[in-house]
Design a protein around this ligand. Structure first.
Ligand code: FAD
Length: 307
């Protein structure tokens, strides 16, 4: 068995692997797609100490750093079940294989929910964005739209209003779903237009980048178009925990509940990164959480009875 078996090969899993391997213990990483969300990212400008890089380049650097240590990387493998036994924890794979660990670190990340309208995929990273903390500054002085009037959408609109020239917030329902204090703040901003009962129908572009958004007024059925340069989709971040339901404590949003040490509800099982209840989903935060989980796993191993 592995001393530390890591499920997920994004920034959190990579950091956990490096920290575990440096303790000289048997470490394995199983990942569906080594690199994780970073592979879908263009510019990264907020990984502290790296002024600017690109996603695929960052993913390669993660892999090279992990490969500098004695770590088994099992890429293109999907975990389907977690089974905690008396001594060992098993991870069952889609290919029928079973991996065993004395400790397990879960770092399967998350994915942004898409609006699924024409233009969204086509202009992803060319005006269509999902992360205001990451991409907000790229739209400085420009006009943007935020799709989604829940807490994340309203927070994004408030954040962006301080950077961009104008924000149009589109909400499908008749009212914004965000906390009243956020809605009040949003309504106090002069460069924000709030449109409710609006169903986004298309993100338009010139073939290279976004130039507008179309929406249907749900009450009248009329389709309207707004010219702008960016669209932030804020309709939810979905943690990759479908395979863990019923085995480990999850929050109401499906995130793995962890404490400050990355400990989950199962002894010997730790978690890190976007898949957890950690409040902010960022690379630098996932990397720190991966290190925390690995050190906690090591601590667990040295306190466990010797067999
Ligand atoms: P992920 O990166 O999601 O990695 C999860 C890993 O688990 C992957 O290897 C995946 O294949 C694997 N996995 C999932 N399910 C299974 C399974 N069942 N079995 C096996 N493996 C599985 N953050 C920033 O800080 N700055 C930015 O500029 C930035 N820009 C972004 C732009 C885009 C378009 C996106 C999508 C995200 C961006 N982020 C950015 C967010 C950042 O990418 C994430 O916070 C970070 O990647 C989280 O790392 P993670 O390791 O927790 O999860």
């Amino acid at each position: 068995p592995y001393d530390v078996l890591i499920v997920g090969g994004g920034p959190a899993g990579a950091a956990a692997a490096i920290y575990a391997a440096r303790k000289g213990i048997r470490t394995g990483v199983v990942a569906e797609r080594f690199g994780g969300q970073v592979l879908d990212t263009l510019a990264i400008e907020n990984f502290v100490s790296v002024k600017e890089t690109e996603g695929p380049q960052f993913a390669t650097a993660l892999e090279q750093h992990v490969k500098a240590y004695d770590v088994d990387i099992m890429n293109v493998q999907r975990a389907e079940a977690l089974v905690a036994g008396d001594k060992l924890i098993e991870v069952k794979l889609a290919n029928g294989g079973v991996l065993k660990g004395k400790t397990v670190i879960l770092s399967t990340g998350a994915r942004w929910r898409e609006v699924n309208v024409p233009g969204e995929r086509e202009y992803r990273n060319h005006g269509v964005a999902y992360c205001p903390h990451c991409d907000g500054p790229l739209f400085k002085g420009k006009r943007v739209s935020v799709i989604g009037g829940g807490n994340s959408g309203v927070e994004a609109a408030i954040d962006l209003a301080g950077i961009v020239s104008h924000v149009t917030l589109l909400e499908f329902a008749a009212e914004l779903k965000a906390d009243a204090v956020l809605v009040k703040k949003l309504k106090s901003l002069s460069n924000v237009t709030i449109i409710t009962s609006a169903q986004t129908t298309e993100i338009t572009g010139d073939g290279k980048k976004v130039n507008g958004i179309s929406y249907k007024e749900r009450e009248t059925g009329e389709v309207k178009h707004v010219e702008l340069e960016g669209v932030f989709v804020q309709i939810g971040l979905v943690p990759n925990t479908e395979w863990l339901k019923g085995t480990i404590a999850l929050s109401k949003h499906g995130e793995i509940e962890i404490d400050a040490r990355g400990q989950t509800s199962i002894p010997g099982v730790f978690a890190a990164g976007d898949v957890t209840t950690v409040p902010y989903k960022q690379i630098v935060i996932a990397v720190g959480a991966g290190a925390t989980a690995a050190l906690s796993a090591f601590d667990h191993l040295i306190r466990s009875s010797v067999d």
